[in-house]
Design a binder for this molecule. Structure first.
Ligand SMILES: Cc1cc2nc3c(=O)[nH]c(=O)nc-3n(C[C@H](O)[C@H](O)[C@H](O)COP(=O)(O)OP(=O)(O)OC[C@H]3O[C@@H](n4cnc5c(N)ncnc54)[C@H](O)[C@@H]3O)c2cc1C
Length: 345
């Protein structure tokens, strides 16, 4: 993919704050693309506590993590943001001058963006897969061991082993089983955290002989030059089973790591990005940091703090995107121009 995507602002992270930043930028006629390593929007709210009630969002006495994300998605619909899911923002290179900054941003999926400003809403960092404790697994990663399924076709006709007992493991078991040569699900105990209907569907396929379920732990990998040929599974009674495997997909949960943000030439304070409290700009003009990723005296890692930060940052972004336009403060209740942008007037 070599085409350069040009837009006003690239938002790193589609958590609650990245989503609300789209709204604040949109009111000022600023277009945004969002990139998130996760396959969906919502950051910690969707990934870590979708069903938990939140009690301190102004105006919502109670809303679940997922409920808040769905409302934010609805609220930004009028601004038609473009999402790039399942991709990690890898590099961020300043171009242009201080008065008119420009940035080249690339993702690990080969996309390049040219933007006038960057808003980092990367929360606690990128969610990254936890590695299973199997000796030598790194030699196979990216070649025959994958932590996410990006293109299903790459799994057609393969001997696939999926490891895990949560929703991702079960969902991909059900999705890949029809196209696999043979699919084996390995889990350390015969008890699954995934949705009951997925577990039932997996058990039916196993009972019908269409896939295998092994209770145990993957202990050894065999292969050459990164290409797996067999995996050994140690069952709970201590015996070992070796099976053919040319694609291993472990789902051991996610951990948050600062990741590539550390390499973008920004000042850091204990893995957070220091900003001023007037516009939430970093030490690099044109790059802003909002939400859990930023640091300033008195910072509270609350969703409502991030919303405020996004509103103020958007005001300064306007100066970079429209250097010749004067910005007038307006209320959504009374400004017909804002209401037109929201599609309500
Ligand atoms: C269990 C729990 C309960 C909580 N309860 C509350 C509460 O009651 N009230 C409250 O206000 N707050 C609560 N919080 C905190 C709240 O969830 C966070 O403040 C909020 O999620 C921060 O939003 P964010 O958008 O800044 O970051 P996140 O929600 O962390 O989203 C950041 C996103 O950026 C992505 N990302 C990071 N780096 C990259 C990269 N290089 N490339 C691509 N994508 C990247 C990540 O994958 C992630 O999706 C709670 C948190 C937890 C864990």
């Amino acid at each position: 993919m070599s085409d350069v995507i040009e837009t006003d602002v690239l938002i790193v992270g589609a958590g609650p704050i990245g989503l609300f930043a789209v709204f604040e930028l949109g009111l000022l006629d600023i277009k945004a693309h969002l990139v998130d390593i996760l396959p969906k929007a919502g950051g910690q709210c969707s990934e870590l506590y979708p069903e938990k009630p939140i009690y301190d969002i102004p105006g919502f006495p109670i809303v679940t993590g997922q409920g808040l994300v769905e409302n934010l998605e609805k609220q930004i619909e009028p601004f038609h943001p473009t999402f790039h899911f399942g991709e990690m923002v890898e590099s961020l290179t300043p171009k242009g001058s201080n008065g008119a900054p420009r940035f080249e941003v690339t993702t690990d999926n080969g996309k390049t963006f040219e933007v006038k400003s960057v808003m980092i809403a990367a929360g606690g960092g990128s969610f990254q897969p936890k590695r299973p404790p199997i000796a030598g697994i790194d030699a196979y990663e990216g070649k025959s061991v994958f932590y996410a399924v990006r293109r299903m076709e790459e799994y057609r006709g393969r001997d696939i082993v999926i490891v895990g007992g949560g929703d991702s493991a079960l969902d991909w078991t059900l999705n890949l089983q029809p196209i696999a040569k043979r699919l084996t699900l390995v889990h350390r105990r015969d008890d699954f955290r995934a949705a009951p209907h997925s577990v039932n569907a997996m058990r039916e396929l196993t009972a019908a002989g269409k896939m295998d379920l092994i209770i145990g732990q993957t202990s050894k990998l065999k292969g050459e030059e990164g290409q797996l040929s067999n995996v050994t599974i140690k069952t709970n009674d201590g015996s070992e089973i070796e099976i053919a495997c040319d694609r291993l997909i472990p789902f051991f949960g996610l951990t948050m790591k600062l990741g590539p943000v550390a390499k973008w030439g920004l000042n850091l304070h204990e893995n957070l990005v220091p900003v001023d409290t007037e516009k939430f700009e970093t030490n690099v003009p044109g790059i802003f940091a909002v939400g859990d990723i930023n640091h300033y005296p008195g910072k509270l890692k609350l969703i409502l703090s991030g919303f405020h930060e996004a509103a103020l940052a958007a005001q300064k972004v306007h100066r970079y995107v429209y250097p010749d336009k004067k910005l007038t403060f307006q209320y959504t209740t009374s400004s017909t121009s804002l209401q037109k942008k929201l599609g309500v007037a």
